[in-house]
Design a binder for this molecule. Structure first.
Ligand SMILES: [Zn+2]
Length: 404
């Protein structure tokens, strides 16, 4: 505990978490589980989820809910209080005396949950914190690591649960855009959230330039604990469709927010933003968001910010790397969540004539990276589910954006 305090004092002075020191001196203990959950699309569902946890697994136990904004923290606190949970808000703009009251009441277990912004941290030494829930992802891995490190300091079992939401990327991005490497740090965080395969501890260790043996995790993270929940999917043709939508909008001088882009792709929203030969993808909303996010992280698309007196808005634009998609042989492979029902499996858009592109690929066999598709029938008009599944038997790291 002494060492942790030492780290926090240093942090308070420099304001910057020091990577290596943070990792070495404030480890998340082996009794703390780490997991990422998809954030339910509406607040009510999120609250229901959290209340179930607080009144169930964590009944009578102490915890922290980290929110991105003061407004979020206040709203979540009020909602929890209405549902009978002893919760208190803590954020930077509160009077020091009010902060002290919340902190003291929590330390004395008169409040079960502190709903806080990142401001709640310095000198938090409560040993019996059984849960740290992130209402939104942190703005960096360093922040996430520090915040999660407040769970289970007594070396007893504790959980860190992060709720990952697509919309949060752009909310946070708009806030950190003026910070030095703010966006880069946020994207590292997003990458961590999107990962469905590797041990969370290994991912964190890598971020801090450290090494961790996943065997030591003892299934104390969602990725080690779950059976394989993902499959590798070729999203190249989907990516080309997205570029068509972005190009058309650009020609019309229309700016597309991430939501408008998704709407246009799904065949919803303003009809002028849709593209005639782009067929809506037939997979769930969160996987549609996953495709867009992957393209963003790998710089096929980028955020373009517009600053008004009231807000900073993030719009989607083609990034230079999008030009690679003009090459027939360029492929993009990503991790997608396995569908429970085979009938809902991710499909290739039929409108892009898979037969033709497949034939073209076969003709360019002088190129090393010939695309070998498996699980697809030769008949492009085939309506069978298996015929349109896309899986690759081979991959090469340089043309894929698989995050693992
Ligand atoms: Zn693990």
């Amino acid at each position: 505990m002494q060492r942790s305090r030492h780290v926090f004092r240093k942090l308070a002075v420099t304001g910057q978490p020091m990577r290596r020191e943070l990792w070495q001196q404030q480890p998340i203990t082996e009794r703390v589980s780490l997991s990422v959950r998809l954030k339910p699309p509406n607040t009510q569902d999120f609250l229901e989820d959290v209340v179930k946890l607080i009144n169930g697994r964590y009944k009578g136990k102490s915890g922290i809910i980290y929110c991105f904004s003061q407004k979020d923290a206040e709203q979540v606190t009020m909602s929890l209080q209405k549902l009978g949970i002893r919760a208190g808000t803590y954020h930077a703009n509160m009077e020091p005396s009010d902060k002290t009251i919340v902190h003291t009441r929590w330390t004395e277990n008169k409040i079960q949950v502190v709903v806080a912004t990142v401001a709640f941290g310095m000198g938090i030494d409560k040993p019996d914190v059984r849960f740290v829930i992130h209402h939104s992802m942190s703005k960096s891995m360093e922040n996430y690591y520090q915040e999660s490190g407040r769970a289970g300091r007594d070396d007893q079992r504790a959980d860190c649960i992060l709720y990952y939401g697509f919309g949060d990327i752009f909310r946070i991005s708009s806030m950190v855009v003026m910070e030095n490497v703010g966006q880069q740090k946020l994207y590292e965080m997003v990458k961590y959230c999107l990962n469905l395969s590797r041990c969370r501890r290994v991912l964190i260790a890598q971020h801090f330039d450290e090494v961790w043996d996943s065997a030591q995790c003892n299934k104390m993270c969602d990725n080690c604990n779950n059976e394989k929940v993902y499959e590798k999917v070729d999203i190249t043709d989907y990516s080309r469709d997205i570029m068509k939508i972005l190009e058309q909008a650009n020609q019309m001088d229309e700016k597309l927010t991430p939501l408008k882009l998704i709407d246009a792709w799904m065949g919803k929203g303003a009809s002028k933003l849709r593209v005639a030969d782009v067929r809506p993808p037939k997979f769930p909303r969160n996987e549609i968001e996953r495709v867009i996010t992957n393209l963003l992280l790998q710089q096929y698309i980028k955020e373009d910010f517009s600053f008004t007196a009231y807000a900073t808005i993030s719009y989607m634009k083609k990034a230079p790397k999008a030009a690679l998609l003009k090459n027939e042989n360029h492929t993009i492979i990503v991790q997608m969540r396995k569908m429970k029902n085979g009938a809902d499996k991710v499909k290739r858009p039929e409108a892009t004539s898979p037969k033709a592109s497949h034939a073209n690929r076969e003709n360019t066999n002088q190129l090393k990276r010939s695309a070998t598709l498996t699980g697809r029938g030769g008949n492009k008009h085939s309506k069978s589910e298996s015929a349109s599944e896309v899986k690759r038997s081979k991959m090469s790291a340089d043309d894929s954006i698989l995050i693992d």
